[in-house]
Design a protein around this ligand. Sequence first.
Ligand code: ATP
Length: 308
Amino acid sequence: METVIETRGLTKTYGTVKALDGLDLSIPRGGVYGVLGPNGAGKSTLFRTLLGLIRPTGGEAIVMGGRIGDAAAMRRMGSMIETPRFPPFLTARQVLEWLGRAHGGVTPTDIAGWLDRVGLAEAADRRVRGFSVGMLQRLGVAAALMTRPDLVILDEPTSGMDPPGIQEMRALIRSLADDDGVTVILASHQLQEVQRVCDRVAIFNKGRVITEGRVSDLTASGERLRLSVTPLARALGVLGDRASLDGDAVVAAIARSETPAVIRALVEAGVEIEEARWIGADLEDVFMTETGWTGVQAGAAKGTAHAG
Ligand SMILES: Nc1ncnc2c1ncn2[C@@H]1O[C@H](COP(=O)(O)OP(=O)(O)OP(=O)(O)O)[C@@H](O)[C@H]1O
């Protein structure tokens, strides 16, 4: 597997806090890779370390084939870490011209193209002083991409965006990976968005990766069979502790290969089956299970944007 990031035992401590705790991570080239985890899990510390903004306490990382800080490797990367700040008296176009001059090789046509692609064409000649957080995020993404990097790291690219903006950002991120061949690494607390846009994810907790894999595999492992049946009590009796109630349906945690036997057992017990369908676990379920989140925390996080 060709990788864009390889870390071995990567560690960053702040006093007694281990922000990264001996992290081993391989991120393959291509596609969209999600970095998830509760507040303080170490996501931003990882990004800052990979970008050479902070020095690790221990371990090593290879980024785009070079060591952290390697100039050639860094030129192949773009990033947006937190809501970017730009000189307020410049227009969006002037911001990109200014950053483009510093990097070199960025034409006015490139800039116009990126402003259009991030949805800022109409605001291109407005001063950024009046920009909303969502507009600054869009401009930050354009700045990260206009140098045509092979790898882009985006920390919370949709924070502060309204639902249409989030949808546009999702489409842009997918097209970067699918049409431009850019590897995108993104951190987000919006798990439904992550599930829609990412190919693979790593779930962090306390500076370590606790789960890593393809989104389709992670969610498939939690698949369950949802049955609309009468009488409910008899179905529950047949299925035993593999079943739970979901409203007026029974949800059975069984393997797909067991389906015919389970259906037969229910029918033989006189249970009438009105509907049977497989439901997948969503990434939120996986996240809550892996990080040990429950109850109030989970309810508070469900479907809400992250502000911190
Ligand atoms: N400059 C710093 N000084 C001291 N502690 C820090 C510093 N930066 C991060 N930390 C600590 O390191 C841990 C990891 O923080 P980090 O910001 O990487 O987490 P995160 O996963 O990005 O969180 P969030 O989702 O809130 O952005 C936290 O305990 C944090 O308090």
